[in-house]
Design a protein. Structure first.
Length: 256
């Protein structure tokens, strides 16, 4: 590191274009706002509902895009829209995800395929599109995938989700191996139990809420803002020698 460059400057994203999927609310919205505060121009994506509110909250250096990542052509549609507006993507945050809860013996194939398409296949599709464009431009880039504790554990009643998030962790490593020499770092963040709409049922269940909190050394649910620092680090020059890692942000859950 040059002595003329401040350590804090390594976290700046001025001049960078970031695409954050699933940014209409929750973790994605918090990440998008954090990247914008670091200087990035942010393309915020909404899947089932638009991310207009997130874009409005960020201001002039953000724009909202909508595409259905449960469709096989959704990733291409989204990438083409963003590229047409901003010209390229330097940072990709694959945050969009869905979950289906049911006993394994009762999961319908269509539900399994939908979860895998959104959580894993579209992650590969977008990574491939962004990665190929970065390579063609000989540009440095960052890809950050949002994994899960179920990248390491099996969970209960969520077989498709667990399979998809396990796949995200392995895909992260595979892409990191191929693209590190091409100045593209690929990493993942694995959130623990966060207070979002996806976990409302767990938070409302007195028994499950107690059991979860007893397992978390920090003694609390994560807040969307808790994920911003880790994602910013992996999106910035501060992590130029970090690739192929899955960083847990879980209040100590995995250490227990």
């Amino acid at each position: 590191m040059s002595t003329s460059v401040s350590s804090l400057d390594l976290f700046r994203l001025d001049g960078k274009v970031a695409l954050v999927t699933g940014a209409a609310s929750g973790l994605g919205a918090a990440i998008a706002m954090g990247l914008a505060q670091a200087g990035a121009t942010v393309a915020v994506h909404g899947n089932r509902r638009p991310a207009d509110e997130t874009a409005s909250g960020i201001g002039d250096n953000a724009a909202s895009f909508q595409a259905d990542l449960s469709e096989t052509d959704g990733a291409r549609t989204l990438f083409d829209q963003v590229k047409a507006r901003f010209g390229h993507v330097d940072i990709l945050i694959n945050n969009a995800g869905t979950i289906h809860r049911n006993e394994a013996e009762n999961v319908l194939l269509e539900d399994w395929q939908r979860v895998l398409q959104v959580n894993l296949t579209s992650v590969f599709q977008l990574s491939q599109l962004v990665g190929r464009d970065l390579i063609n431009r000989s540009a440095r880039g960052k890809i950050v995938n949002i994994a899960s504790l179920l990248s390491f554990q099996g969970g209960i009643r969520v077989p498709a989700y667990a399979a998809s998030k396990g796949g995200v962790a392995q895909l992260t490593k595979a892409l990191a191996n191929e693209w590190a020499a091409k100045q593209i770092q690929v990493n993942a963040v694995a959130p623990g139990y966060f207070a979002t709409t996806n976990t409302e049922a767990l938070q409302a269940d007195e028994t499950r809420n107690r059991q979860i909190l007893e397992r978390i050394p920090a003694g609390r649910w994560g807040q969307p803002s808790d994920l911003v620092g880790a994602t910013l680090f992996l999106s910035s020059a501060a992590s130029d020698y970090v690739t192929g890692t899955v960083l847990t942000v879980d209040g100590g859950w995995m250490a227990r």
